[in-house]
Unconditional design. Structure first.
Length: 66
């Protein structure tokens, strides 16, 4: 399996990623739209790599960004 295929298996949709983080879906979407959290927009859906997203949220928490 290629690296790209492996990453695709690890993508989570917006609501599942928000639930995993314990944050509202709306907040996560706003952060992704503003570029503060990396995400992939596929049509009208947002997809996230869990490890990358969790690291970005932790960095925001340490930095005091809201």
């Amino acid at each position: 399996m290629s690296e790209t295929q492996e990453r695709g298996r690890n993508l989570l949709p917006l609501r599942r990623m928000a639930a995993r983080l314990g944050v509202p879906s709306r907040w996560l979407r706003e952060q992704a739209e503003s570029g503060k959290i990396p995400g992939l927009r596929a049509g009208n859906r947002w997809l996230f790599v869990p490890d990358v997203t969790e690291a970005a949220v932790q960095a925001m928490a340490k930095g005091g960004d809201s």
